[in-house]
Design a protein around this ligand. Structure first.
Ligand code: 5GP
Ligand code: MN
Length: 336
């Protein structure tokens, strides 16, 4: 274990630090990681952000993005960095299986492991934890870590604010989910005061689509959306051939599931996609419906109550049929 006074004393001198985040990082994963990175480099530490995989192009404008190392492209260098690090920050995930091969490299490392996360059921691999499921984003917890835990509000700058704003904006559905309470709005206001250009960040993340992505979205909505009124559920399935046809790249499929959830009366939406190695499910729900329970129980995954994911080794058709067959078990909740 590492206590806060011990951590503060370690951070008082330059340290070798690695920051990592989950597989296929999203806006919160990258925003929280690069926000913490901008803070730590300002304090004189030697810091590297290592992502387990690549991430969407609409996050590549983030400050210091060019310093990010992608594990799958730089395994040897990453393994060395993790081995030599005094501190390893794990952001926006809480089980080492979420970072693939990199997870076991971190488990075996000697450095202190620090978890900053807002997902349910953390695994016990860390030495220091700043964790709350009430936070709307890991970026909110990074803000809290710097400002309240390290009591270092004076070190906040425009780069940190820009990254943390991005994380909070993306994970709170642009400040609209129930998790975006008044405290989150106050943090947002503080980040704007610190230089985050909220209008520009929104534009760079959400109005930055390729033509292919928009046409693919049109295809999904016109041809692939299936509404199961008897279960208040909507499903969109996508084959590997369709991904190829529309030249879909990392990030292009993000958010499409939300369109399925936006149909009136729909309580549960699924986006089921045939990836090269497995079939991946993204679930979204409204109200109390536990999307994460379905992912955990049937698809080896997890997440939040209203946003969760999992995977299957079965074919796209079999996975979709399995998902449909599970709905009967939840019929009462879905029709409430
Ligand atoms: P998405 O549908 O955007 O991939 O993920 C939605 C939420 O579910 C995220 O908060 C993410 O952390 C979680 N999630 C997605 N896939 C998995 C998975 O395979 N395992 C676990 N434990 N959580 C996942
Ligand atoms: Mn998050």
């Amino acid at each position: 274990m590492l206590t806060l006074p011990e951590l503060k004393s370690l951070l008082a001198t330059p340290q070798k630090i690695v920051i990592t985040t989950h597989h296929k990082p999203d806006g919160d994963a990258m925003g929280s990681s690069l926000g913490l990175y901008a803070y730590l480099i300002q304090k004189g530490h030697h810091v590297k952000v290592i992502t387990p995989t690549d991430y969407p192009y609409f996050l590549h404008w983030l400050p210091n993005n060019s310093d990010v190392i992608i594990y799958t492209d730089n395994k040897e260098q990453s393994d060395e960095l993790v081995k030599d690090a005094a501190l390893i920050f794990c952001l926006d995930f809480n089980t080492l299986s979420r970072i693939n091969e990199l997870g076991e490299v971190i488990r075996a490392a000697d450095g202190y492991k620090l978890m900053i996360d807002h997902h349910l059921e953390p695994e016990d691999f860390d030495d220091y934890r700043h964790w709350s499921i009430n936070a709307c984003a890991a970026a909110q917890l990074v803000y809290d870590f710097i400002v309240n835990e390290l009591e270092d509000a004076a070190a906040m700058n425009k780069d940190i604010a820009t990254c943390l704003y991005t994380g909070i904006m993306t994970d709170s559905g642009s400040f609209r989910f129930p998790s975006a309470n008044s405290a989150v709005y106050r943090i947002g206001a503080d980040l704007i005061d610190l230089g985050a250009e909220h209008w520009k960040i929104h534009q760079l993340v959400y109005d930055n689509a390729t033509e292919n992505r928009l046409r693919f979205l049109g295809h999904c909505l016109t041809n692939k959306l299936e509404i199961l009124r008897e279960y208040n559920t909507a499903i969109i399935t996508v084959t590997a051939d369709e991904l190829k046809h529309f030249q879909i790249v990392t990030g292009d499929t993000e958010g499409i599931v939300n369109y399925a959830l936006s149909v009136n009366g729909i309580k549960l939406a699924a986006f089921i996609i045939e990836r090269s190695d497995k079939v991946k499910l993204s679930l979204r729900s409204t109200g109390d419906f536990p999307a994460n329970e379905i992912c955990k129980k049937y698809f080896g995954g997890g997440g939040h109550r209203n946003a969760a994911g999992g995977a299957s080794e079965k074919s796209l058709l079999d996975t979709t049929n399995e998902f449909k067959s599970i709905l009967a078990e939840y019929k009462t909740q879905l029709l409430q």
